[in-house]
Design a protein around this ligand. Structure first.
Ligand code: F6P
Length: 328
């Protein structure tokens, strides 16, 4: 391996996700292993523009593998969307002798990295970090597995109270425009119905299904609603609509919100982050750039960044069928 690059920068950008710290640790330690310097850039692209950075060594990243959030902090930068902002960011990198960047984030982060690469020929590698799992080129993004476990645990608790009071709960989960979280936790937590943006069930079907459940002896139910669902109603309006049409149900709504993004990463996310960090640094050292590191069938692979941004991450259609059978 020819270590032409002497100094790499690492940053987290966009929504934080559990496993980002484990990825930072991996990038820093892989740099140390290959005897190259590593610089942590704070608050994503905004920190890059403002020159907020610090040298990190193997010891700087101790005791963070188990921590949620990101020690480098994160931000969504408006200034980086301007040519002047990117110019300032590039000047800071040159001034600090940072020759390549590892970007940990979602598609917004990667789009920024691609433009930066186009404009300055600057080497970048992406690591997908978002709970939404909405990135093409990887079966799992960092934080997704942890979020699934967090949400399943939350819904289990809601089930306790739903069952004690014979209630129907509508639980809204995150995922932006994707239904991965909703579909998987819906199956994992035994939901009666799962509403996701990729498959519009229709309100009539929802009523029929809930009425059928009641007449077949179910006294409590959980409906998981993805925040991006396309029913045309938000979770509160959905609950009202069902209440008006099925007055026998006692209904409550629970919006899980940002608690889904927090917490200690699962073992799966920590291992994935460690593997992705190694691959990201070693890919740069091989002289390659403009790729995203992903995992497909447990193999760590590279996907061109533009494909990762433009491609669509598909939901598992078989899970929809499994969910239908399970709610019989
Ligand atoms: O992309 C992660 C995510 O948590 C989405 O699931 C959600 O739609 C969005 O970020 C919320 O963003 P913010 O934290 O800026 O409100």
């Amino acid at each position: 391996m020819s270590a032409k690059i002497k100094k790499i920068g690492v940053m987290t950008s966009g929504g934080d996700a559990p496993g980002m710290n484990a990825a930072i640790r991996s990038v820093v330690r892989t740099c140390a292993y290959h005897n190259i310097e590593c610089v942590g850039i704070y608050r994503g692209y905004q920190g890059l523009i403002e020159g907020e950075m610090k040298e990190l060594n193997a010891r700087s990243v101790r005791n963070i593998i188990n921590r949620g959030g990101t020690i480098l902090k994160s931000a969504r930068s408006k200034e980086f969307r301007t040519k002047e902002g990117r110019q300032k960011a590039h000047e800071n990198l040159v001034k600090n002798d940072i020759e390549a960047l590892v970007l940990i984030g979602g598609d917004g982060t990667f789009t920024g990295g691609m433009i930066f690469n186009e404009e300055f020929g600057y080497p970048v590698i992406g690591i997908p970090g978002t709970i939404d799992n909405d990135i093409y080129g990887t079966m799992s993004t960092l934080g997704y597995d942890t979020a699934l476990n967090t949400v399943v645990e939350a819904i289990d608790r809601i089930r306790d109270t739903a069952s004690s009071h014979d209630r129907l709960f509508f639980v809204e989960v995150m995922g932006r425009d994707a239904g991965h979280i909703a579909l998987n936790v819906g199956v994992g937590a035994g939901a009666e119905e799962i509403l996701i943006p990729e498959e519009n069930l229709g309100l009539e079907r929802l009523l029929e299904s809930l009425e059928h459940s009641r007449t077949t002896g179910k006294t409590s139910s959980i409906v998981v609603v993805a925040e991006g669902d396309k029913s045309g109603k938000n979770v509160f309006e959905l609950a009202e609509y069902v209440e008006e049409n099925l007055p026998n149900y006692d209904i409550r709504v629970s919006v899980l919100g940002h608690m889904q993004r927090g917490g200690s990463p699962s073992c799966y996310d920590r291992v994935l982050a460690s593997r992705m960090g190694v691959k990201a640094v070693e890919t740069l050292l091989e002289g390659k750039s403009n790729y995203m590191v992903g995992v497909i069938k447990d193999e760590i692979i590279l996907t061109p960044l533009d494909l990762a941004v433009k491609g669509k991450s598909e939901i598992d259609k078989e899970l929809i069928r499994v969910s239908e059978i399970m709610s019989t």
